[in-house]
Design a protein around this ligand. Structure first.
Ligand code: BGC
Length: 863
């Protein structure tokens, strides 16, 4: 391998100067879905990107590749632990290298503005400081290993409905103090090597544009004011213009090789509409990314295609089976899942369970049977292994403890896929679904027989295929009514026993992908009556026209779902309640599922899907020793929360779900999580109940009062407040002191407060066991000036102490918590007045106070 030192910017510019315009512009659009083009004359190797943030999905080059599936980001945020987030990101970097990935498209630092947002699970928190602190840690963990982070989605892309077209309307202060804040903090503290521009647009009163063209925010704020030197990458298929995006600050168009730049951008430069220096700047930013990730070698030599001796080298090897994964990697995923689990309530001292005094456990609930381990959409990772709640409990419970499992009613609107055992290839009479691939003239040019009734985004056909025609025979035996549901995308025809039953004509191309309709096509159903004597055989034909989703692979979608006559949900609930009554302990796992939490749409409401509320009520009536576990990434209403003895929030816990839950239930580890968002008690209290655009605009009317700030301002009581979580022990908060009598406001100008104001909080673990506490500090700013939150999170840290031990928590306070963005000054300032600091265990459990006075220049401690 050739060894050279890393070229500096001047050397990169010199290399760029040797390229013609076409060659430079070629580099600015992806070579394919995930990879940027190589350029031997620059020594540039292909740079490969992949989605996070629940793991590293990989590029799909090996369709069977699997990998590590971490808890979803909102679970990580519930640990409130930057050091743990950094360790997890370090593991992601190892995984990225295994999968040949140089840039992880993570972390996602949009805010949980509304609890119904589809990507709520994928964002960290409703709070800018908690989000920014964890995001910075993730960036540090990745980049310390030479894998680039891509901070996304810049900015104010906080909901999904019409996400490719809406514009967020918010004033400058709200933008600066809330939505830009986590980006600014992560940038200042950890320097991400790339940033992704959002699909949506922003109207901040000064400029209204899609984010891929937003001159003021991309150029003005991100690059010039904050000094970001890496590339701004488009969100996938988000770029709609040539000149506006090129001059607006976008640097790389993904995916490729098609797209609005290419020849059109070359022509625009030649016509004088885009300065060539702008192109050079984009290439320079790309080369910096390549340099940082070990993807830059010597120009114009064969040896250039060997990585240089950069700090890290990317191993371009796709695919990792479970065998490549180390036990300590699984252990870290399990630790994150445990540490994020929030003990919301434990009234009867039921938890942790004492395994030696239990002889039977009834594990109940739709999510006990089918756990929801990760959110849907681009963040999806095929897991190398999954440990279900049942697996985890079985492995952990002592031998002899009886574990029974009961669904207690399905919570999905969509029935399961038809069983492959019921499908017969009509041509051969053997099992399967026959697929014929046809060209534009209707000639058969290929095909295969598949066993599954699930053809969600099926791409296994050649470029000349225009249609895929499926045929199968479905055998229905159980007497009664069978419901058959068909889900197809784009243009299609469905026949049953030769008669056309459904047709579709949706030619929206890429929009079908961006709205997740390739995974969740609308369903159309028919009922089939089967008599008691003979099974019925139904001939099914599905004729699908291949969808052309520009940028993404061509695909068809076909799903056949089947409801077999069986017990009603109420019968299943009654059976589960009876089992609960007969067991020593009932563990009910309720939650969301792939129909609720996903990229591509927002939820319609906050209720648990299906009959789960009814199920919980029946089970707690049958057995007072019931633990309810919520398996969801985003808030759901728990109208029975005050009636359950013990309540845990277990998030979308990733592959180690079952082990983590068993660790917690049996007390082997402490559930040390704290809510990173507010859990509403009633839908009507939610400050921003939905984020549907009106006339294409999402208006941020609540201003700076996001999440818990709004709940405090409106003096509403949530089910559980932001920051809440109990753990296995109890804490007293003994004293708070500030080490300095006064701090210059100038010290507080960095987004994170630099070496500014610190608090020392003494607390004592008065409970029976060692424990971990998240010490939270909220600042109550003066209310006599500009509109400010009643209280805002100003700092936090986690500490551990043995039973009966005292510990001192050092909490660094964020400068931004004291400051406002002054739109006239165009700068930050700390308004004069008294700032009361509240120290506590949640935004509503405030134990100690200290005051500081700002005279505008200095903050003085009041003793
Ligand atoms: C998502 C991004 C993701 C990209 C690539 C987009 O639809 O918004 O978060 O990184 O796809 O999969």
């Amino acid at each position: 391998m050739t060894s050279v030192s890393l070229p500096d910017d001047a050397e990169l510019s010199r290399r760029i100067g040797g390229l013609d315009l076409e060659s430079k512009v070629r580099l600015l659009t992806g070579a394919d879905l995930w990879t940027l083009p190589a350029e031997p004359r620059l020594g540039l190797l292909p740079v490969t990107m992949s989605d996070g943030p629940q793991g590293v999905r990989g590029t799909g080059a090996d369709p069977d590749a699997t990998g590590l599936l971490a808890p979803a980001p909102s679970a990580l945020a519930a640990t409130w632990d930057a050091e743990l987030a950094e360790r997890l990101a370090d593991l992601f970097a190892t995984e990225a290298r295994r999968k040949g990935v140089d840039v992880l498209l993570a972390p996602a630092v949009n805010l949980q503005r509304t609890p119904v947002a589809g990507r709520h699970f994928e964002y960290l928190s409703e709070d800018p400081l908690l989000t920014g602190t964890l995001a910075a840690a993730i960036v540090r963990g990745l980049q310390a290993c030479g894998v680039a982070a891509c901070l996304k989605h810049f900015v104010a892309n906080d909901s999904e409905t019409d996400r490719t077209s809406y514009r967020s309307r918010l004033d400058e202060r709200t933008l600066r103090e809330v939505y830009l804040a986590p980006f600014e903090q992560a940038l200042a503290e950890a320097g991400p090597w790339s940033v992704m521009a959002a699909y949506s647009g922003v109207d901040d009163g000064q400029e209204s544009a899609p984010m891929s063209e937003h001159v003021r925010l991309l150029w003005g704020v991100l690059k010039e004011e904050w000094g970001f030197t890496g590339p701004v990458v488009s969100d996938w298929a988000a770029t709609r213009s040539t000149v506006a995006s090129a001059v607006g600050g976008l640097d790389l168009v993904m995916p490729g090789p098609e797209g609005p730049w290419g020849e059109a951008l070359v022509a625009a430069v030649r016509a004088g509409e885009v300065d060539e220096q702008i192109i050079d700047d984009k290439v320079l930013r790309l080369l910096r990314l390549a340099r940082n990730t070990g993807r830059l070698g010597l120009p114009e030599q064969e040896s250039a295609l060997e990585p240089t001796e950069g700090p890290y080298l990317s191993a371009q090897v796709e695919g990792s089976g479970a065998s490549a994964l180390a036990p300590e990697e699984f252990a870290l995923l399990r630790e994150v899942a445990v540490r994020g689990t929030v003990l919301l309530r434990d009234e009867a001292g039921l938890l942790p369970l004492q395994p030696n005094s239990i002889s039977s456990v009834a594990l109940i609930g739709p999510n006990a049977v089918a756990p929801y381990l990760q959110g849907g959409g681009s963040a999806f990772v095929p897991a190398a292994r999954t440990v279900t709640f049942e697996d985890g409990l079985r492995a952990a419970l002592p031998e002899g403890v009886r574990l029974t499992v009961h669904r207690g009613g399905d919570s999905r609107r969509r029935p399961p896929f038809a069983s492959s055992e019921l499908l017969t290839d009509p041509d051969t009479g053997t099992a399967g679904v026959r697929a014929d691939h046809l060209d534009v003239d209707g000639n058969r040019i290929g095909g295969e027989v598949r066993t599954s009734a699930d053809w969600t985004t099926y791409e296994n056909f050649g470029p000349a295929t225009d249609r895929v025609v499926l045929r199968t025979e479905l055998t229905l035996s159980e007497p009664g009514i069978h419901r058959l549901e068909f889900g197809c995308t784009g243009r299609f025809l469905v026949t049953v026993d030769g008669e056309q039953v459904f047709a579709g004509d949706d030619d929206r191309g890429v929009e079908l992908v961006l709205q997740s309709l390739h995974h969740y096509p609308p369903l159309q159903w028919i009922d089939v009556q089967v008599g008691p004597e003979t099974p019925r055989r139904i001939a099914i034909g599905i004729d699908l026209t291949v969808v052309e989703p520009g940028g993404y692979d061509r695909f068809v979608t076909a799903q056949l779902r089947h409801t077999v006559p069986g017990p009603t949900p109420y019968e299943e609930i009654a059976e589960a309640a009876a089992a609960a009554g007969a067991a020593d302990v009932a563990v009910v796992v309720v939650g969301t599922n792939e129909e609720s939490e996903s990229e591509g749409w927002d939820r319609a409401g906050l209720e648990l899907p299906g009959y789960q509320d009814e199920l919980v009520r029946k089970v707690i009536a049958a057995n007072p020793r019931t633990v309810v576990v919520v398996n969801a990434g985003a808030p759901v209403l728990l109208p029975w929360a005050d009636e359950v003895p013990a309540l845990l929030w277990a998030w979308l816990p990733g592959q180690e779900a079952g082990h983590a839950l068993a660790d917690v239930l049996l007390g082997r580890s402490e559930p040390a999580g704290r809510l990173p968002w507010t859990l509403p008690a009633r839908a009507e209290d939610v400050p921003v109940p939905d984020a549907r655009p009106h006339d294409g605009i999402v208006t941020y009317t609540e201003g700076v009062h996001i999440g818990h700030r709004a709940w405090d301002r409106q003096e509403l009581t949530p089910a559980f407040p932001f920051g809440h979580g109990l753990g296995w022990t109890r804490w007293t908060y003994d004293s708070v002191t500030t080490p300095y009598p006064s701090v210059s406001a100038a010290h507080l100008t960095g987004p994170a407060g630099g070496d500014g104001l610190q608090l020392a909080v003494e607390l004592t673990n008065t409970g029976p066991r060692a424990g971990r506490e998240v010490v939270q500090v909220y600042v109550e700013p003066p209310q006599d000036g500009p509109d400010r939150p009643v209280r805002l999170l100003a700092g936090f840290t986690t500490v551990q102490a043995a039973a009966d031990a005292q510990v001192t928590a050092q909490v660094q306070l964020s400068a931004r918590a004291f400051q406002i963005w002054d739109t006239d000054l165009r700068d930050w300032r700390t308004p004069a007045g008294r700032y009361r600091l509240h120290v506590g265990r949640s935004s509503r459990d405030l134990r100690l106070t200290a005051d500081v006075i700002s005279d505008g220049d200095r903050l003085h401690t009041v003793v």
